[in-house]
Design a binder for this molecule. Structure first.
Ligand code: PGA
Length: 251
């Protein structure tokens, strides 16, 4: 049985007071959520404060990006060691906004993934096709490239600390959610790609989250699909009660 992994991606939102208040409000709402793993990923500047607010709870702290070096002359970057120092156990790598706006390549993301794992962080590794790619019929090729290049070189033990988030770009922040059937089809395809490259054991143990306009009222039908193992939630995670509503739909 794969334990559902439900993560909040707050993106570039929330100053410290708001972030701490949201974390503080979330804690009691999910205190008795059993059989799920919960992560909140705020901006770097509020990590420590949110980590303190979540101390002693069942909600873990994650970040939204990291670089491929421990320290040095890399202006504006942040290392996995620094994220751990701030209290993180998780990091998101390869979000479509990083790929699209910051031109992060499959090769760079693969390097980031390896370094984050080597540094002791757990990783949510994001993949997903654009609307043009889906409509143009290249969706499966895009997912194949993102999985094969992105996860290249991982060992079976590495996979204990990796989840893959399938986030169709056309569903992110648009209010248009993939149907449960579309999500299931893509997740099953991705699991098949992982099995072909890494074997049945890895594929069966791998958690594949869905992301893209997940809300409290569509979470239950999505999680009911056999290959959907959790969510990466943007907009609906910004308010404690709606994020908690998604978690409750899964428990
Ligand atoms: P959304 O974002 O829930 O606002 O669509 C999801 C994500 O980008 O991770």
């Amino acid at each position: 049985m794969r334990t559902p992994l439900i993560a909040a991606n707050w993106k570039m939102n929330k100053l410290v007071d708001d972030a701490v208040a949201t974390a503080g409000a979330l804690k009691p709402l999910v205190a008795d959520a059993a059989g799920v793993e919960i992560v909140v990923c705020p901006v770097f500047t509020v990590l420590q404060a949110v980590g303190k607010a979540l101390a002693g709870s069942n909600v873990a702290l994650g970040a939204q990006n990291c670089y491929t070096k421990e320290s040095g002359a890399f202006t504006g970057e942040i290392s996995p060691q620094m994220l751990k120092d701030a209290g993180c156990t998780w990091v998101i790598i390869g979000h479509s906004e990083r790929r699209q706006y910051f031109k992060e390549s499959d090769a760079l993301l693969n390097e980031k993934l390896h370094f984050a794992l080597k540094s002791g962080l757990k990783v949510m590794f994001c993949i997903g096709e654009t609307l043009d790619e889906r409509q143009g019929g290249s969706m499966n090729d895009v997912l194949r490239r993102q999985v094969n290049e992105g996860l290249k070189g991982l060992s079976e033990t590495d996979f204990a600390n990796v989840a893959v988030a399938y986030e169709p770009v056309w569903a992110i922040g648009t209010g248009v959610t993939a149907t449960p059937e579309q999500a299931e089809e893509a997740h099953a395809f991705v699991r098949g790609l992982v099995e072909a490259q890494f074997g049945k054991n890895v594929a069966e143990g791998l958690r594949i989250q869905y992301g893209g306009s997940v809300k409290p009222d569509n979470a239950a039908e999505l999680i009911a699909k056999p290959n959907v193992d959790g969510f990466l939630v943007g907009g609906a995670s910004l308010k404690a009660d709606s994020f908690a509503g998604i978690i409750k739909a899964v428990c």
